[in-house]
Every structure is written in C-alpha cells, then in structure tokens.
Design a binder for this molecule. Sequence first.
Ligand code: MRU
Length: 329
Amino acid sequence: MNYPRTLQWRGDAADGKLVIIDQTRLPGDLVYLDLERLEQVIDAIQRLAVRGAPAIGVAGAYGCVLALREGRGEAGLELLAQARPTAVNLRWAVERVWKEAKSDASRALEAAKRINAEDVAACEAIGRHGAQLIRPGMGVHTHCNAGALATSGMGTALAPMYVAHGNGVKFRVFADETRPLLQGARLTAWELAQAGIDVTVIGDDMAAIVLREKKTQLVITGADRIARNGDTANKVGTYALALAARAHGAPFYIAAPKSTFDTAARNGADVPIEERKESELREWQGALLTPHGARVFNPAFDVTPAELISGYITEDGILSAAEITGWLG
Ligand code: MRU
C-alpha cells in the first residue's frame, strides 16, 4: 500500500538514530530529520515535527534509547513522557520501555522495535476491520490527521480508507482542515492524494453543511486518549463534528489501537487537555491575525462523550463503549 513511512530507527543502540518526516514542512517539502539526542526528540514532539498519538508513542520509545545511551536514566525518560500530555501512547510507550529494559540501551532498542512492530500490525488490523464500514459511493468524513503520518504504520482513522481503496471500493473523503495547525488540510489531504484516494478539504465550520447535504454519511476519526467509559479525547473540533454527525444521522466511529485506551481514566474528566501557545492562533507565518487586545484560548484537544460514538475500531474488531472495560481487562 502506498503510504508514507513517518519514522524509522537506523543503526544500533550505541550509534543509531531516529529518522522522521518533518511534518511541519508538509505539504510543501518532504524533509527528513535525524534525531540523535533526547532533546531533539522532545523538541520534535513538542513542535509537532512528529505528531499523532501512536507516532509519538513510537518516537518516544526510540527516544528512550537515546536517553539511556546518554546516561539520562529514569529522569530523562520522565522528561520525554511529559513532552505532550494528552496522547496516552507517549507515557505508555516510555513506561513500557523502562519496565522491559531498565537502563540498558540495547534492550530498550529491542523493546522500541517491538512497540513499533505492534503499532504497524494494529494499524493493519484496524484497516481490515474498519474497511467493512466503507460502502461504494460513500462520502467519509475525517478530522485532523490520523493517517500514516500519525502512526508508524498505515494510520488509524485512515487505515480503513487505505484498505477499502486497495480493495477497489470507490468512495470520497472529506477532510476538515483542522484549525489552527491544519493537520487535515496539510497532512491528511497530502497522504490521501499521494495514495490516489479522492479527497476534498473543507473548513472546519463547513462540516455541518456537508453532513446535512449527505455529502458524507460516515465519520471516522482517531483518538489521543480513550477513557474506560468510551469518552474520547481527540483533536479539538472532533466534539463539534460528532454533534453534527448525530444531528444528521451519520454514524461516528473512533479508530484507535489498545495503546490509546487509558485504563486509569474513568471518563473524559480524567484526561489532561494540552493548551498550546497563543501564537498558533494569533499569527500565520509571522502575520498577525488577531489584535493585541484580544485574548486567545487554544486547547489542542476536546472530549467527545461516549454517547455520541457509534463504535471503536480497534485491532481486535469494532467495539461498543460497553465492551471496552472487559476488553481492556
Ligand atoms: O496535535 P496532533 O496533531 O498530535 O493531534 C493528533 C490527533 O488528534 C489525532 O487525531 C490522534 O492523535 C490520532 S492519530 C492516529
């Protein structure tokens, strides 16, 4: 399947490096970054050069190798785990590497490679399970980027689209542009267009009319953290999209691997929501978009309540909210 390889480890634990696509440069330039130090990985995660919950989990796992070979120990790993707060995959991956490898960088690399391989396999399984929801002629709606660029495999929300396309199903994707950083317009549209999938970008504020006019009949998004009751944190705007989907009778699915489910979060109120800097809303390429006197509120995520979600497309099949706790164990 034709999708971008977002990150890969090259070399061994002693002198290898993490190579990532710099997502801040897309769609204009396809540029790769070599990350050879812990601080570079933290910086890449914080400025969204690598982003998307599973991708930052895998990047975090490889970041542990760099931290340990620098002799940074558990404190270095904690810094890494805190780089972004909402996507639970990051802390999950860092804690798993520490549990499996302690301060041994070679064993950390083995653990990171296992996490990477599991992510690739989970994406493929999500793609297979979710593809059955996509019927010929359908319009499929998505928000932000939960594609290959957001994982180390073929994505979560976009994986069913890659599989359906590979099966010869003809459908159309509507991608919300996703203010303020435009992950939908820049990243989702880029990777789907590269794969030859019919994609149309709309402003976030156009989602309701697109659903009302039945241009889209199915919504699939990714997730950054899913609580035990099914409440789901994802890119800000997902909640509004779920409300519009409910109002217009379109099923709304979340696609995510087990590593995005937080066994410790009882509901959405337990999920920390990252607030990002004002300049992301205030400026565009150096030009002011808002007057100095106006305040800016910039939460990066919101929580969609479980009652608006039709199901969760996971590597083990499509679950209802009621099935989550039993499945997580
Ligand atoms: O701030 P971002 O770009 O990291 O936000 C990404 C999202 O909200 C994705 O939808 C989510 O991480 C799922 S990625 C498979």
